[in-house]
Write a protein that binds this ligand. Sequence first.
Ligand code: GDP
Length: 205
Amino acid sequence: FLLHQARFFTTVNHLRDLPPTPQPEVAFAGRSNAGKSSAINVLCNQRRLAFASKTPGRTQHINYFEVGPQDERAGFVVDLPGYGYAQVPGAAKAHWEALLSSYMKLRPQLNGLILVMDARRPCTDLDVTMLDWFAPTGKPIHMLLTKADKLNRQESTLALRKTRTLIDRYNAATGEEQLSVQLFSMLKRVGLEEAHAKIESWIVP
Ligand code: GDP
């Protein structure tokens, strides 16, 4: 897997600092605590790759991880700032919103979005906000319903059904299969292959 060769590349706090690199990017978004860092780490087969970016003060930043062989960069996994913190001052929230929405709407290198949601509370208002920013680009969105190990079969079915209802609305608007969803668990290693296949297809078409 390409992702199994991943290393920190850069941290970005302003749009003007986005790297001028031409390689394809796959971005991970999600509410804080949804399990985004855990998902990036397990998909990249590293214990701490994305946790380093969780240092206080760095949480509002965009973190780039380079993937592929050391001397032959294939693309980037981009860790977007988590959202949904209860206490974020107004100015920080406005900065976050401008940075994130501009990146998602305007970055040509961005090939697809992985939206990480806690399978116990999928499709919150803020998750829908991410879809509303990104879906108009026409680029693909793949949702990970993570912490699936915490749900029984019936609860998993309900979470998938709720998410698919939302997905159908967006797919109907474009007439395409732009959005997709799967169950995922870092703890039980559920759904790794499916997620890998999706992400790598966005990096190496
Ligand atoms: P982030 O804020 O979205 O980056 O979330 P983290 O990756 O830090 O995870 C938040 C919490 O959920 C941590 O305590 C993780 O150990 C836990 N967590 C993440 N993924 C899973 C999972 O697949 N299963 C379970 N049971 N817990 C998980």
